[in-house]
Design a protein around this ligand. Structure first.
Ligand SMILES: O=C(O)c1cc(=O)[nH]c(=O)n1[C@@H]1O[C@H](COP(=O)(O)O)[C@@H](O)[C@H]1O
Length: 238
């Protein structure tokens, strides 16, 4: 058995800050305390508050995952990475379905601007299932599609992926520890799934071999978000 499937993988929590107001997000991060090491800034807050907000979160001592899911022609993606790569961020997303050439240009830009930055290739969104793929004219199952995109990403030189917890085992079997695997679509037992379709609990995510889990609504929508963070961290460390 590969060591990636043992129950004692380390798996870290990333809090998705998909929150309307910057002040509320900052207050939440302060309440969550130093045991929360990672915050994800996505399209909602980046389009509203921009680069200064990224610096503000980094100044709080958090590692920043900037989730822009870049997907365009290779030159445009590379130029965007040269621009945001100068920010104090540790992770940045691009879409693997932008293709091999786009990923290669993205890596080249990342290497030139910020060699420490972890580029992550988004595979099949966790809000999608077999039916969503069929509507796009894609005949593969989500698992086969993710496996295909993972191999393409590896060929392009990528070392990090965003996928659902359901595909982690297959990716680990095919590629060992090559990829950092970041898995959204994680729900503590009893929490609302919302628009997420391929989900697991934090403990299950760690067990299958996720490197990081991304959790948003079950934390910032909780009555006591700091307690929700503590409870998910405890589940990951049990
Ligand atoms: O790239 C991502 O982070 C991402 C990829 C994916 O396939 N699914 C997905 O939900 N996400 C992000 O993960 C977060 C999940 O938030 P919650 O569903 O509220 O826990 C959101 O910020 C999404 O943008």
């Amino acid at each position: 058995m590969s060591n990636t499937t043992q129950s004692k993988n380390t798996c870290e929590l990333i809090l998705a800050l998909d929150i309307e107001e910057r002040e509320d997000a900052l207050a939440l991060l302060k309440k969550a305390g130093p045991e929360l090491k990672w915050a994800k800034i996505g399209l909602q807050m980046f389009t509203k508050y921009g680069p200064d907000y990224v610096r503000q979160i980094a100044d709080l001592g958090k590692n920043v995952f900037l989730d822009l899911k870049l997907h365009d022609i290779p030159n445009t993606v590379a130029k965007a990475i040269e621009s945001v790569g100068k920010l104090p961020i540790q992770m940045l997303t691009i879409h693997t379905c932008g293709g091999k050439e786009m990923m290669e240009w993205a890596i080249k830009a990342q290497q030139s601007v910020n060699p420490e930055l972890q580029l992550l290739g988004v595979t099949v969104l966790t809000s999608m299932d077999q039916n969503s793929l069929e509507l796009l004219g894609i005949k593969q199952s989500p698992a086969d599609r993710v496996a295909h995109l993972a191999s393409l990403a590896k060929d392009a030189g990528m070392s990090g992926l965003v996928c659902s917890t359901h595909e982690v085992k297959t990716i680990r079997e095919a590629h060992g520890d090559h990829f950092q695997l970041i898995t959204p679509g994680v729900r503590p037992a009893g929490a609302e799934a919302g628009d997420q379709k391929r989900i697991m609990t934090p403990a299950q995510a760690r067990e299958v071999g996720s490197t990081y889990i991304v959790v948003g609504r079950p934390i910032y929508g909780a009555e006591n978000p700091a307690a929700a963070v503590a409870s998910i961290k405890a589940e990951l460390e049990a």
